[in-house]
Design a protein around this ligand. Structure first.
Ligand code: 5GP
Length: 184
């Protein structure tokens, strides 16, 4: 079968991702309030599938004395094209009750913001003690819906990117660097 897209340049290298992830983890840890039990408790919510790669690196950079839990949600975003469908559907919900807890939502990329805004509204309605967001890549110039991004890795231009969890029709998630794609 003829391939529609081909890998292009490295936009963000693995080294840059590693350094930024450690910086973000340090900020997240510093900002997490101490609970009544004297611990910094945090539920880290990853949005499947793209954010898994970033989340697993991020949480391993958090201090070991923190009480860190991990849970995942799956929502629809892009299908097999590089255009947003605008349709948001929950495929898999959290197993954890987040009421009264400090929650950090981790996402790979925010583009128009539609998917993320919907998700944040939903999580907010479950009454967490705090709800913060950490996004590896932000295409802020393309924003259509206002969303709160507390921790941002990189602001990127309007280009379709793959790698480090991000896919194109299911491909290239496994790449260590973030790359652009071109028609090919
Ligand atoms: P939004 O609702 O913000 O427009 O779309 C967010 C979702 O679109 C992300 O979770 C991601 O799945 C997908 N997306 C947006 N831009 C890109 C991109 O450049 N590359 C990839 N692989 N996915 C993207």
């Amino acid at each position: 079968m003829e391939q529609k897209y081909a890998l292009d340049d490295v936009l963000i290298s693995r080294g840059e991702i590693e350094k930024k992830t450690a910086e973000l983890a340090a900020k997240v840890a510093a900002d997490t309030p101490v609970s009544a039990n004297g611990k910094k408790e945090l539920i880290v919510v990853g949005i499947l599938t793209g954010a898994v790669f970033f989340l697993t690196d991020l949480v391993r950079d958090l201090p070991e004395e923190m009480d860190v839990r991990v849970d995942f949600m799956s929502v629809s975003s892009y299908g097999n094209s590089t255009k947003s469908s605008g349709v948001v559907r929950i495929f898999h919900d959290l197993k954890t009750n987040i009421e009264g807890k400090n929650v950090l939502v981790v996402e790979d990329i925010v583009d128009t913001g539609r998917t993320f805004a919907y998700l944040l509204d939903l999580l907010h309605s479950r009454n967490p003690a705090s709800l913060r967001t950490c996004v590896l890549l932000d295409k802020s110039a393309r924003r259509e819906t206002e969303v709160r991004v507390d921790y941002c890795g990189f602001n990127i231009p309007d280009a379709f990117v793959v790698g480090y969890g991000l896919d194109c029709a299911g491909m290239w998630r496994h790449l260590r660097d973030i790359r652009t794609v071109r028609e090919g």
